[in-house]
Structures are given as structure tokens and as C-alpha cells.
Design a protein around this ligand. Sequence first.
Ligand code: TYM
Length: 356
Amino acid sequence: MFLPQCLFILKIIGSIEAIAYFRCMKEIVVSGIRSTGNLHLGNYFGAMKNFIRMQDEFNCFFFIADYHSLTTHPSPADFHLNVKSVLVEYLACGLDPEKCTLYIQSDLPEIAELYLLLNMNAYVGELERCTSFKEKIRKQPDNINAGLLTYPTLMAADILIHRAVKVPVGKDQEQHLEMARTFGNRFNRMYETELFPEPYAFNFGTQLVKIPGLDGSGKMGKSEGEGNAIFLADAPELIRKKVMRAVSDSGPAVMNQEKPEVIKNLFSLMEAVSSAETLAFFEEQYNVMKIRYGDMKKQLAEDMIAFTDPFRKRILELSKDEKTVQQVARRGAEKARESASKTIREARNAIGIRQI
Ligand code: TYM
């Protein structure tokens, strides 16, 4: 063969290897959403919006956190339906199983094993100090189970099982990420290994997001009561009803008055779904004391409907396509287990769990 031809072939082989190499080098991303109900705008802007963009740039693992939903004791029928509906919503939002690994947490027994191993080195004191645990104690005093206490170790297992470095989440998960770093670092130190890298909460914007609820509470959430959250699957009429009931006040008493919390919340919601012009118009109306919250809420409801409508339609379509959903879950579980089993093998080895 002539030298130029040989050089040409070598160049091609080189670039194929380079592509494969860079694919391996892509940073690992993990995140999940609990299957405790439908996805709401908080889930979308805090997590899903980043998932969609990240699947093009990183090696992403996105899962449905169904073990985490067990802390509230759902019935077996609800449990199963919720898992399915969240998977449908993942797909409806634009997650593509060709670009990222989509799976159900309970399909990976490796996660349960890593959770057990991490629990051995997680101290009750530090778990009890976790803000989300304290909140749960307040909300469900009759059901303070060990799953609630060890929620951060299960979450750490979810992240560390794929050795992720970036975790797209909303502001409320920041402390859990800090604990995941603590547990990973502690494992590395105890067993003199570098198995686990440090995972950090991630958002493409500068800060982690917190979408407020409609009831004047700080956060939109599934368990914050009827009317607090706008779900992607909500019908237009329901959205109008919920938004018109949103908490506001009697209006500003002086020009350019600092906004009280409940009014800030309305503006934050508008910032998320409305155009910059609409937001600027109502800001101006507020500053010159001409604002009519009824008009603002009407506009907010219409903008929320325009935003959620394409998702709602895709959710309805995909809900009928059981086969696709099943295939996605099966394939995702296989891909995710490949990565998880490597980590668990190394973790066992580091601890000294070996065949006799
Ligand atoms: P969950 O199911 O409560 O919420 C899923 C994601 O949505 C974000 N989120 C919000 N972001 C902004 N404003 C809001 N009002 C709002 N409400 C919810 C959450 O921050 C989260 O990113 N523990 C997690 C699930 C989980 C997980 C993990 C996440 C389990 N293992 C491993 C990342 C990595 C949770 O309860 O999310």
C-alpha cells in the first residue's frame, strides 16, 4: 500500500478512537425524581429542564426514585401506577433513551446493596440533623420510619453507584448532595480507595432553582396540599382555577415598594413561564401602584397553560403506548446495571468482601 493511503487509514482509525475516548471522558450525571405523583412546574424548572439539555452534553443516568416513595407507604397499586406515569412524563418532557440512560431505581439491586454498605458508616447524629428529616418528622409524626432517617444514604447510593460528578437538582436538595460527598469521601478514606468522586448539585443557570407554590408557601411541592402545585398534566380549566385562587394581598401602599413574600412568589412564577415583556409590564404596574392581581393571575394562568399544553398532550399520547414505555424501562435497566455492577464490585473489593 502507498504511504499516503496508509497515513489516511491511520488518521481515520485515530479519529474513531479519539471519538470513543472522548465519549468515555464525558462527565457522569445522575438525577432522579420520586414517583409520588405527577411532575409539577417545580420539578420541571428545578430538575427536568436541566436533564433535557444535559442529555446532549454528558453521560446521563436519569431514574425514577421509587424506593424513595416507600417512606409514605403507598398502596401496591398506586406505587406501580406512579412509577409508570413518571416514566411517561420523562419521555413526554423530551428525555430520549437514545441519548441518556432512563431506568427505575428498584430495577437496580446494586443500589440497595450500596445503600446498605454506606449505612454502616453513616452516623445517626448526622442523619438526624438533616433538614429534610426534621421537616418530615413535623409532617408525618405518626410514621417516622428508618427509611426517612436514612433517606440521604439512599440518595448518596443513587449518585455514587454511577460515580457521578454532576447532579441536576433544585435548591431543596443541596444538603443531600453535601451528605453524598461526605459519605463518598468517608468510604474512600476508610478503605484507602479513590472509588467515589465528589458529586455537586448542578444547574445551567448560576443558582439552583426554587419554584414557589401558589398557596403563599415557599415551595411548590406534591405534598404541600391541593392547589399548591401546577402539574404538567393539569387541564387548562384546572390551571385557571388554581391560579385564580393563588394567595396575593391588597396591593402596594407606596411607589416602588419592596414586594412581600407572597407577591414575590407570583412574580417568580411569572418569570418562569411568561415572556420578558409580560413580566416587565406587571413589574411596572406594581411599581406605580396600578397593579390588579386579578389581571396578573389571568395572564399567569394563560401563560402556564401555553407552557404546559404540549407536555399534557404528549403525556396523554404516551400513556396509551405501554409497549414503548416497557421497552424503555427494560433497556434502561440493562444499561444502568452495567455501570452499577462495576462500582459495586469495586466497593466490595475495597471493603474486603471477596470469595473464600
Ligand atoms: P423530588 O421528587 O422531591 O423532586 C425532584 C426534583 O425536582 C426538584 N424540585 C424543585 N425544584 C425547584 N422548585 C421546586 N419547588 C421543586 N420541587 C422539586 C427537586 O429539587 C429535585 O431535583 N430526593 C430527591 C429524588 C432523588 C434524587 C436522587 C435526586 C432520589 N435520589 C439522586 C438526585 C440524585 C427528591 O425527593 O426529589
